[in-house]
Design a protein around this ligand. Sequence first.
Ligand code: UDP
Ligand code: UDP
Length: 462
Amino acid sequence: MSTTKPPHIALLPSAGMGHLMPYFRLAVMLAKRNCVVTLVTAQPTVSAAESDHISSFLHHNPEINHLELQLTPSSQQADSAPVDPFFLQFDLISQSIHLLGPLLSSSSLPLSAMFVDFVLLAKTAPIAKDLHIPMYAVSTTSVQFLSLMAYAPVLASNLTEFNTASTEIKIPGLPPMAMSSIPPALLDPSHIFASIIVANAQALPGAEGILMNTFEWFHESMLSALNKDRVMASLPPILPIGPLEPYHIPRDGDHFYRSWLENQPSESVVYISFGNRTAMSQDQVRELEKGLEKVGWRFCWNLKTTKVDKDDHDDVEDILSDIFLKRTKNKGLIIRGWADQQEILAHPAIGGFVSHCGWNSMMEAAWQGVPVLAWPQHGDQKVNAKAVEEAGLGLWERDWDWGLDRIVKGEEIERKIVELMTDEKLREGARKVREESRKAVESGGSSDRVLNNVINSVVVPF
Ligand code: UDP
Ligand code: UDP
């Protein structure tokens, strides 16, 4: 009888809660399956939410090992154009990656594999090679957006053609994508986002597989085209292992939103959140106030007006108008700062979710079967919105465009929220998505099998 020892897997996330949360979940899922897990995090982090959650996660999950990659400060000139601090951080982590080899070698147990964020692949590949271990990519977006990123090197070499007349991008073998859904930064060769995506897409073929927070049913035809028909032949297999199971987040005292939600009728509240790194403009805040004031539904609004939480010093009263606060006192709750979204979405009072379509949020909505009103703001979010609409989990008003390009009027918001909260077909669709998501992760389900196969393939016999 052959014996094996548990695999030791290093996890390397990049920056932002949207790219950290999935690793916490994955770490717990792997540890439950008897893997030894080492989480490598970059220091300092961009947001306070990241550093707070790293300490709390490690404190409550002592079985997870931790290594810190110390970053050298950015050399960005004070007078140069401001760059998204999260993009700068991807770059900074990549520049410090030479420290990763020695750091990993300091671990007493030899490594069996590395699971690495898509944006760090190119720089990490040589280290995995030196250590003679397989490297898996972790992609935190929809399969549709991943395919677009994988195609980015082709786009980059044909930019004039794509930028002029095209209304669609046609990746051979896949459904066309509307040009209006492509983040403009991806089509701008001088943009840091485009250079990061292109460089790392070129490293994708070197990965053993691409772990994704989704499930077979949700992306069936895309997965069939990519994995079975091999329409992008250089791509390694896409490995849907989601929805990543919510891990236990200890309660940080008795936050007021808990008691507020307890007092609301079932499915009566619309939850509004644009994730952890999307600021809403003052003009848009005014219009959302108008919509929420008029709409007949209760609301819970997770309000963020800065990209990085450390910069957010305003109180509710500094941002929202007195009149709005007075008129909605009995039907609305404003949250400032971090709130446990997985817990909010799980609450029976929540009947709909107005979301920017960050992919973690979408898989959390799928898991809970909460219908989504898609309001994509930037990045992968329009492509994600379409995937959510196609799966029957959400509505998307394309006219609303990107967050920065259009202020959506209060009346339009009101109309769409009514649709979100009253559309029975959508509610039924969301319930079906919930059912399928749970089947995927149960023992023997599609995502469970994929993850177990990955673990078995990195197990070391002895
Ligand atoms: N999140 C949360 N509370 C907040 C803000 C965000 O729990 O106040 C979580 C949310 O549930 C999700 C992640 O942070 O797991 C944000 O990731 P997503 O991909 O949805 O959006 P991003 O912040 O990356 O734009
Ligand atoms: N991306 C990634 N890792 C990162 C940051 C970005 O793989 O650390 C990819 C990913 O596909 C993501 C897309 O780039 O969804 C758009 O990134 P952005 O940071 O604009 O959006 P977010 O995912 O934070 O909502």
